[in-house]
Design a protein around this ligand. Sequence first.
Ligand SMILES: Nc1ncnc2c1ncn2[C@@H]1O[C@H](COP(=O)(O)OP(=O)(O)OP(=O)(O)O)[C@@H](O)[C@H]1O
Length: 335
Amino acid sequence: MTALSLTNVCKSFGSVEVLKDINLTVEEGEFVVFVGPSGCGKSTLLRVIAGLEDATAGTVNIGGNVVNNIPPAKRGIAMVFQSYALYPHLSVHDNMALGLKQEKQPKSVIEERVGKAVEMLDLSAYVDRRPSDLSGGQRQRVAIGRAIVREPQLFLFDEPLSNLDAALRMNTRIEIAELHRTLSASMIYVTHDQTEAMTLADKIVVLRDGRVEQVGSPMELYNNPANQFVAGFLGSPAMNFLKKAPLAIPENGALGIRPEHLRPTKGGRIKGTVTHVERLGGDTNLLVSTDEQEALTVRIFGQDGTLVGEKIELDFDDHAAFAFDAEQHRVTFAA
Ligand SMILES: Nc1ncnc2c1ncn2[C@@H]1O[C@H](COP(=O)(O)OP(=O)(O)OP(=O)(O)O)[C@@H](O)[C@H]1O
């Protein structure tokens, strides 16, 4: 069954068109990530689905029902915000129970659902604490718990990890993935972090300037990007784009090569000078300025003794490279 379908959804604020003709489906149990640069409309799209904003045009259908005129509380969704949005004067338990109380659920149901969520999220030791006495990660788990107890048809996450530090972000990301496996629930997750998108999603929706650029599984998008924007957005370090390429590319186009596909090779087709070395322990990134004055990143697996200022020759397998035309669309290489 389809958990969500959006048909020709548009949203304008005054004369500013923020969402332009969005068509999209989320299947039941699917984890869908909306990703894109700041200001591309991710949060607005999530808020239109939640009912916190009205669509200017188009249809929002949740679980088979058109919900355009249905208020947020009746849409069968639960939303988790970046800012947690917890009530400071309520305990963890009461924060999680509040939505159910407002729905006038019986006390036994409230206690059972809150108890289950507390256990699932490892919050047993904190049920009586106020949010101010919790760490950022614990607060976000409470916010997630508050969503879980409502047993929604669809979970909406709006950049839930952006206030957490790097280590906690990774742990919480894994917890969210585990939660998705346990609940088998439909989830939509907004982020501008391509690592979160790649690691969490069954399906990624890449947005740019209010439009859908491409939809697909993480590996489909990584291995088969439709255009230069998607190719450059997914992958870290980002794909290199060469204007002066050692292969035939369209006029004013670009050759795309991922950093991990470039390797130092004596007599290699790309020649340059190392301008910076990033030693990450497990990997080494070399920043190279080519003899054609273009900047490249090379990712070397493991540790590498290359020094800044060294001359370097690089090569790559032709089949691992991408060609883009002057409009940044992907094209196949001429045979
Ligand atoms: N209430 C509003 N009134 C006017 N413009 C708005 C309103 N809300 C959002 N916008 C504009 O809509 C565009 C998309 O905003 P949105 O918050 O959806 O982007 P985003 O992709 O989520 O960005 P970020 O990653 O920075 O949160 C932006 O240009 C923003 O300024």
